[in-house]
Design a protein around this ligand. Structure first.
Ligand code: 5GP
Ligand code: MG
Length: 501
């Protein structure tokens, strides 16, 4: 089975207008969530037009293509793809376009990963005579199932279909003159909506809203379905009332520092202006790391761009240590803009690319005899930390200590950020022992933030719920730390944690 995690954006307007450039600019705010392919669906007065190709938004959508496609539209959906497990078939690029049993056309974009996907295959085998194409992604299978759903209108069909769907999903569905926004019952992946001048915007992250001056109204609730059409946004399926399990890796690494999220997972609990920015969250993690693992004797602290910077400044400010941006990102390097792990076929070559994307300031006055504290968001395979450690030592540093803003990642993720398991994860190989991990990376030491410290950084004033089993701390405190603990809100087969425990 092929799965794809991603960034999604949808714009709707009650008055037909040329919205493609707007939609693509907003989608730039979720480009970091998927960098392999881009696709759009535009609903003009007459029909749905689609265009998809491999590459970043700016590579796929040249000015010529934008001019050709930018027709007055009711809605536009944009998808930035991060496909995994070695299959980049263009056929699976989204939006998924499906003709339904009643001859409507559906356009579907998805961020997350469905569980129990064999259920989709059984439904399709039972209800259609056509043979299923090989290598279809989870989202395509879902879209085909949705196309067969029963109901008197699309509100009913979508509600009926999603009742039986498991796993992590944030969806935008375009059909006829409406778009629908839906989120799984635990709210594992983000989805937010708000207003633009002539309509509405929905996107994975608030950063997309800032890019086009849109106002954030609120999150789509857990298990909620919102329809947006001429009547404005209407909640057609209320929140699930289940505990939130928003992905904790979004805070540490996956989301942009400019984005903001509510912290408790309950919609409407706070105004969007009071949501916590990812950047400030990372600063708070740095301050917590400073109390858990202080290094007052450090010569200076350096954060690895981009996601390690706020962590490093939070740490340095708390201990009143000098902070130096002595490792910078080379935006003109071939891989300068990329998240290196996002391509399966390149996996083995990542380590060779790290020091092209990230450059040390080559000046021995900075490094010689220094005790350096390096801050980074997380360690997955350890490519960045081993390459950077080696480079810092080669500049003459005395000691290299890492502080890491996410506890050791020892388990896979099947809920939308695609962390693989087994040999690839350095923490699995060493049973999360930081001494052994430091040894393999060649560093003097490594200090991970504690589970509790990490959770407290996002809880703000909200009370921490104590658990007898520390492994359950993430799930009991409104998050998902499955890649740290191996306990997930829902398994890949669709079994729910709360029901099984
Ligand atoms: P490293 O492999 O050097 O530990 O990771 C470098 C950076 O890429 C880290 O910020 C890490 O969180 C991110 N990263 C590495 N591998 C993966 C992966 O498989 N999935 C995701 N979502 N992020 C990864
Ligand atoms: Mg990083």
């Amino acid at each position: 089975m092929l799965y794809e995690k991603c960034g999604i954006v949808g714009i709707y307007s009650p008055t037909l207008f040329h919205m493609l450039p707007h939609a693509l600019t907003a989608a730039g705010g979720v480009q970091h969530r998927g960098q392999q392919g881009t696709g759009i669906a535009i609903k003009t007065k007459e029909k749905i037009i689609t265009y998809k190709s491999n590459g970043l938004i700016k590579q796929v959508f040249s000015t010529n293509i934008i001019n050709r496609l930018d027709k007055p539209a009711d809605w536009v959906l944009v998808h930035c793809r991060y496909g995994t497990y070695g299959n980049y078939a263009r056929a699976n690029l989204q939006p998924c376009i499906v003709k339904t049993k009643d001859n409507d056309t559906l356009a579907v974009i998805h961020n997350g990963e469905f569980a129990a996907t064999n259920d989709f295959i059984s439904v399709l085998k039972n209800k259609t005579k056509k043979r299923l194409k090989k290598g279809l992604s989870d989202t395509y299978l879902f879209s085909l199932v949705l196309g067969l759903s029963q109901g008197v209108n699309w509100d009913e069909k979508i509600i009926n279909c999603l009742k039986n769907v498991k796993g992590a999903y944030s969806l935008i569905i375009g059909v006829n003159g409406s778009i629908y926004l839906a989120r799984d019952k635990f709210g594992i992946r983000p989805l937010i909506f708000g207003k633009i001048k002539d309509g509405y915007l929905a996107a994975s992250e608030t950063h997309a809203f800032s890019k086009i001056g849109a106002t954030v109204t609120r999150e789509v609730g857990k298990g909620e379905i919102v329809r947006i059409d001429k009547r404005g946004p209407v909640s057609i399926q209320k929140e699930s009332g289940r505990k939130s399990h928003f992905c904790d890796f979004e805070w540490a690494y996956f989301s942009r520092p400019e984005s903001r999220y509510p912290t408790t997972g309950q919609q409407n609990n706070k105004k969007p202006s009071e949501w916590l920015s990812v950047s400030l969250f990372r600063e708070r993690s740095g301050a917590i790391l400073a109390s858990e693992h202080p290094f007052p004797e450090a010569s200076f602290v350096v954060g690895i761009p981009d996601s390690g910077i706020s962590l490093g400044t939070g740490y340095a400010n708390t201990l009143r240590l000098p902070y130096r941006q002595a490792v910078v990102r080379d935006h003109f390097d071939r891989n300068g803009q990329d998240r290196l792990f996002m391509r399966d076929d390149e996996m083995r070559k990542i380590s060779k690319k790290v020091l092209g994307k990230l450059s040390l300031i080559i000046d021995a006055r900075i490094w010689k005899e220094a005790v350096v504290v390096v801050a980074d968001d997380s360690i997955v395979r350890g490519n960045v930390s081993s390459e950077v450690t080696r480079a810092i030592f080669s500049m003459g540093a005395k000691e290299v200590h890492w502080i890491i803003g996410f506890p050791a990642i020892a388990h896979k993720c099947h809920l939308g950020v695609s962390i693989r398991s087994g040999e690839e994860l350095i923490a699995t190989r060493h049973k999360s022992d930081p001494v052994k991990i430091a040894k393999e990376l060649g560093a003097t030491s490594i200090y991970y933030i504690s589970n509790i410290g990490f959770i407290k950084a996002r809880l703000l004033g909200k009370k921490f719920v104590n658990t007898t089993d520390p492994k359950k701390a993430f799930l009991e405190n409104g998050g998902c730390g499955g890649c740290i603990t191996g306990l997930y809100p829902v398994t890949q087969d669709g079994v729910e944690y709360e029901k099984s425990s």
